[in-house]
Design a protein around this ligand. Structure first.
Ligand SMILES: [Zn+2]
Length: 104
């Protein structure tokens, strides 16, 4: 299992465990089934969101333009070849390549 998938699975398993623990705790306090289900689904949804974000972060590289206040960023998959990554890095870090001449 590769690192991003392992991180996603671990995050989801941790949040699933947390959801079950909270559901059990709420059931002990006689909270309605609908409210218990809502809390459990909210916790699971949070785990899915965080696991997806973590997996996406581990699968990609982010290149930013170093020019102050320039919003250009390029996200490239990590598994690209070195030439393709160098192309994306150059496109992001060379400010003259993504601005119109004379505007900045
Ligand atoms: Zn720039």
């Amino acid at each position: 299992m590769n690192k991003p998938v392992l991180a996603e699975a671990t995050t989801l398993a941790a949040f699933a465990t947390l959801a079950v623990a909270f559901a059990d705790l709420l059931a002990d306090h006689h909270v309605s089934a609908l409210a218990t289900l809502a809390v459990a689904l909210f916790i699971l949804n949070t785990g899915i969101f965080l696991g997806d974000a973590l997996g996406r972060t581990l699968r990609t590289r982010l290149y930013r333009c170093p020019t102050r206040r320039c919003p250009v960023t390029i996200t490239a998959p990590r598994n690209l070849g070195e030439d393709a990554l160098r192309h994306y890095r150059t496109q992001a870090t060379d400010h003259t390549l993504h601005t119109q001449a004379g505007t900045r």
